[in-house]
Design a protein around this ligand. Structure first.
Ligand SMILES: [Fe+2]
Length: 286
């Protein structure tokens, strides 16, 4: 071990929280080992500092280039795997992604998240199901945050022509755990290429595509939060997701249905729509 490595590690000896001390000292040790392993040059060090500086400068309230960088390096999915791989009962989690916006409108059972007229021409989609725990008990009052791309493959917040609340919203599960969200089908899209992540992927001859998906974040008192997506079966990018987020159990196949009395308050009778049904299973927070 280099003398400076030992000194740098030891300089953090006084951190009182043992976990924090361990994480920071291991970080110093690992970075030093990496730099030694690759024999980092002065130019490469300067490039790295500039790259990270520009990554930070890309970030603002509705853009998170660091999460995107974590995603394309596979780091987000590694953290997910380490923390959420415990059992097969619960719904699998996946990447949070950089496009979540907090405090979106609270919507009623079956309400549409499509706000902008431009996206109201598309065939409707109805996502229904229940929120359960692992004992198969319905969870009432779970908060379901949902967000997805518009038909142009962009999220609100990223696209200046969309209202911020377009294709976003929060729903609360009913007494039997049920929820119903009206939307449109998401499309596969390319992650932003105008920042440092774009530079990295272009340089590496990697593509920018993510398979079509809808984001969910489900929280309920007494349960671990669930951050996940539902992916659409048949998407050509399911096997090559730019951020490595696909899990088999999160792939769903929409069915074409004709509206009947069950959803008379949502659709006109005889109207055709796409239907996705999915039961989300949460884990108790012990
Ligand atoms: Fe996404």
């Amino acid at each position: 071990m280099h003398e400076v490595t030992k000194s740098a590690i030891d300089s953090f000896n006084k951190i009182e929280n043992p976990r924090h001390k361990f994480v920071i000292q291991k970080l110093v040790e690992t970075i030093h080992r990496y730099i030694d392993d690759v024999q980092l040059t002065q130019n490469e060090w300067e490039f790295a500092i500039d790259f990270l500086t520009r990554t930070g400068q890309m970030c603002h309230g509705q853009r998170q280039e660091y999460i995107l960088l974590s995603d394309v390096l596979g780091v987000s999915m590694l953290v997910d795997e380490i923390n959420h791989s415990t059992n097969i009962e619960q719904t699998p989690s996946t990447v949070f992604g950089p496009f979540f916006i907090p405090n979106m409108p609270l919507r009623q059972y079956g309400e549409s998240i499509v706000v902008d007229a431009r996206d109201q021409q598309a065939e409707p989609l109805l996502i229904t199901g229940q929120i359960f725990n692992q004992q198969h008990q319905a969870i009432e009052g779970a908060r379901i945050e949902v967000w997805q791309t518009a038909e142009n493959g962009m999220y609100s917040g990223q696209d200046p022509d969309q209202s911020v609340a377009n294709l976003r919203g929060a729903f609360i599960s009913q007494a039997d755990g049920s929820y119903a969200i009206r939307s449109i089908l998401p499309v596969s899209y390319q992650i932003p290429s105008d920042g440092t992540v774009g530079e990295l992927l272009n340089y590496s001859h990697r593509h920018f595509w993510r398979p079509a998906h809808i984001h969910f974040m489900i929280t309920a008192e007494g349960y671990k939060p669930l951050v996940t997506h539902l992916f659409l079966k048949g998407d050509e990018y399911l096997s090559g997701d730019a951020v490595f987020g696909v899990k088999e159990r999160l792939i769903v196949e929409p069915e074409t249905k004709i509206a009947d009395t069950e959803f008379a308050h949502i659709f006109q009778a005889g109207q055709s729509y796409q239907s996705i049904q999915y039961q989300f299973v949460l884990t108790k927070d012990e």
